[in-house]
Structure formats: C-alpha cells, structure tokens
Design a protein around this ligand. Structure first.
Ligand code: FAD
Length: 304
C-alpha cells in the first residue's frame, strides 16, 4: 500500500487505538490505522463510569466522537484485519493481499468475551444492548443496585465475581457453567456467609423474557428469572500477532509490557484490554497516551 514505511501502524480502532492515533497524529507522525470493526465498546448501552459524561454515554456514541476527533488530522484509516506481522529492518503487516511497512507497531486489538452457547448470538447481543445481560461488574454493577442478579461462571472465577456483586445487591445467585468442577468447601462457606444463593444445576438455556427480565432454564423444565444476568466465562486476548513474534504474555494470553507500553519485542507496543491490566476504557486510553508518546520520542532521532 505504501513504499515509505509508516512511522506507526496501529492495529485496532477501539478506545485505545483511536486515542493512540489522535496522539500520534498530533505529534505529526505518519500513521496508519487498521481495524476489523468489532470493538467491545460498541456493546456498551450507556457507560456511567467513563469520566466527563455526567449523564453517561453509549459506546457507539463515544467511538463516533473519538473517530470525529481523529478525523481532524491526517490519519490513514482502513477497514481490514491484520493477519500476520513480521519484523526485519521495519515491521511488515499482512492485510489480505496487501502488505504495509511501519517503523513501529501499536497493537490495540482488545479481547473477545467467551460466548455462552446457551443463547443465540443475536439474543446475547440484544440482551447486552438492553442491559438485561451484562459482562463486567466493575463497569456496570452500580446499574443493578438491589436487583435480582444471576451469575453464570467458572469454578475458578465465579466466587470472586459473586462476592464483588454483593457490593451492589443482596440478591445474588451463582450458577456454575456445565462441566465445571464443584466449588471447594472453603469457597462454598465464604459464599454462604455472604448470603449468596447457589443453584446446583447448570443452566441449559438463557432466554430474554417479558418485562425486561432474563429466564435461565435448567434440565427438566425448571427455570429461574432474574432482572439481570452476568454470563462470565472470561475472555480471549487478541494477542496472537504479538505472541507469534515471541512477545511475552501471562498465563491468560494478556501481553506483558514495560512502563512505556512496549512489549518484549522492540518497537512493538500494546494498549488497551489485550495488555495485562484492568479492562476499562480509561485504562486503555491512558496506555495509548503513554505508548504514543514513547513511540514519538523513539522516532525523534528521525525528524520529519
Ligand atoms: C457490555 C460491555 C459493557 C462495558 N462497559 C464498560 C464501561 O461502562 N466502562 C468501561 O470503561 N469499559 C466498559 N467495557 C469495556 C470496554 O468496552 C473495553 O475496555 C474497551 O472497549 C477496550 O478497548 P480496546 O481499544 O482495548 O479494545 P476494543 O474496543 O475491543 O477494540 C479492539 C479493536 O481491534 C480490532 N481488531 C482485533 N484484532 C484485529 C486485527 N488482527 N486486525 C485489525 N483489527 C483488529 C477489533 O475488531 C476491535 O475493533 C464494557 C464492555 C462490554 C462488553
């Protein structure tokens, strides 16, 4: 696509990638942004913990504003998926039948929530946009104050999520997903002490019900109804482009970076959910500001 390498190729245009593009463009860097178009932020009905919007803002509106702000600067933005990344004198990215060269790369490719097979993807999406299905108690636990909340999770992480949800409501019910090992007695006791209800059966189906409720079906036609459910099976960091090049990651696949957001591959930076840190937009945008400044300073030896 270009003979001269870009100063930076940014992969991913969620809150982190768009913030990095804005900073680098304002540093007068030659930037290309490539995005496959599935930011997690698009699923946020209304965020109330993103600073500066006292009435809250939808994820789609926030992304639109970030894109509008970036578009005031000369960033080359393309739809597409980076399928491979390699490094010689500079980085080369493969996008379909094209290749792009860049002196540095910033990955902001996010994570993908592990989907339950208990509901059709369209129902999960519609329920999420309606606030009946939620994925992140840190993001929106405050929105379920005193509600009847169901949590479907794994043996390892569900107890911690359930206890966290007790910050907001005394009506928390925990259900383990199918094929999960039983909870160890110590965790069980801890949950019972916190008045968390535990249903022994694994759910077989999630259904969006009338009056903005969610029904969970179990084998044998039994069902429970909740105001909101959190189907939390963890998420998959989209870090393969980096790990294929030998970048270090933790046991979950989240990238390990230094204080300038550089991965263990020199010149390869990362920001946002795919980095080992709290998965929040404010955190990802802070990563992006730090990474962009470090990239600009690194390139300062090659003035325009
Ligand atoms: C329902 C819901 C509610 C939430 N509520 C809040 C909230 O209230 N407050 C809050 O702070 N956070 C909230 N979050 C979390 C927030 O959405 C994420 O923290 C944020 O979107 C992460 O930004 P990111 O830029 O790292 O990744 P993302 O926004 O996920 O963007 C990553 C982008 O990279 C693209 N991509 C991936 N791989 C490639 C590739 N190989 N080539 C090209 N493009 C690629 C993807 O398609 C995507 O567009 C919520 C999340 C969900 C699901």
């Amino acid at each position: 696509m270009s003979a001269r390498p870009f100063d930076c190729l940014i992969v991913g245009a969620g809150p982190a990638g768009l913030t990095a593009a804005l900073y680098l463009a304002r540093f007068r860097r030659n930037v290309m942004l490539v995005d496959a178009g599935q930011s997690r932020a698009e699923l946020i009905p209304t965020t109330h913990n993103y600073p500066g919007f006292p009435q809250g803002i939808s994820g789609i509106d926030l992304l639109r504003r970030l894109r509008e702000q970036m578009s005031q600067y000369p960033v080359l933005s393309r739809k597409g998926r980076v399928e491979g990344l390699s490094r010689g004198t500079c980085f080369t990215a493969r996008i379909g039948s094209n290749s792009v060269s860049a002196t540095t790369v910033l990955l902001a490719t996010g994570v993908v929530d592990r989907q339950h097979k208990l509901a059709a993807p369209a129902d999960l999406r519609n329920g999420t946009l309606a606030g009946q299905i939620r994925w992140c108690p840190i993001c929106d636990g405050y929105e379920v104050l005193d509600r009847n909340v169901g949590l479907i999770g794994t043996t390892a992480s569900a107890p911690g999520h359930a206890l966290f949800l007790r910050t907001y409501t005394s009506r928390v019910t925990l259900m383990l997903a199918a094929d999960e090992a039983p909870l160890p007695p110590a965790k069980l006791a801890c949950l019972q002490a916190a008045d968390i209800k535990i249903l022994e059966q694994a759910p077989v189906r999630i259904e969006l019900a009338k009056s903005h409720k969610v029904a969970i079906h179990f084998a044998g036609k039994v069902q429970s109804t909740f105001d909101t459910i959190y189907p939390m099976l963890g998420s998959q960091p989209q870090s393969g482009l980096a790990t294929d090049m030998g970048a270090r990651c933790d046991e979950l696949g989240e990238l390990i970076v230094d204080e300038h957001q550089q991965t263990s591959v020199p010149g390869l930076y990362a920001a946002g959910d795919l980095v080992r840190a709290l998965n929040q937009m404010s955190v990802g945008m802070a990563h992006a500001a730090i990474a962009a400044t470090a990239i600009h300073n690194r390139l300062a030896h090659n003035p325009r």
